[in-house]
Design a protein around this ligand. Sequence first.
Ligand SMILES: O=C([O-])CC(=O)C(=O)O
Length: 166
Amino acid sequence: MIRFSTCDFCDLHKSNSSGEFLALPGVHRSYGGRQRFAGPIATVRCFEDNSRVKEAVESAGQGRVLVVDGGGSLRRALLGGNLAAAAANNGWAGLLIEGCVRDLAELAQAQTGILALGHCPMPTERKDQGLAGLPVQIQGHWLRPGDWLYADEDGVVVSTQALHLG
Ligand SMILES: O=C([O-])CC(=O)C(=O)O
């Protein structure tokens, strides 16, 4: 169990306008078996094609959080039950998807964090499109590979440095 509070982090950093600490607006819904997760960020940029997401979750997560800039599309699900199970099995702490997901009952069983804008039963058609490892823009904020993301019931904060837990 990871013990931290995004609200406590924000209390500590509320005067920090350096751009090194930010809170995302709470527009993402939690679909995964874990509401609370944290780790260094890995990134994917794609649009209605989850080829790069599949590659990522089928590789070793090493406690990282996969942030997927799906362009906000709610027409095609970038993650479903199989990919969520792969993410959990491969050691991904969680995913934050600027896009949508499907197989909600299976996602709720997956022992990983899953935040997404919404859900839709329609899968993507994989055409090997999308990019990994680049900065991504989520809700108007740039998130970069190696930044740290912390998610709990109150929301999501991102910091260029690891934050102290407790
Ligand atoms: O494979 C996909 O595109 C998404 C999905 O349904 C799964 O992960 O089970």
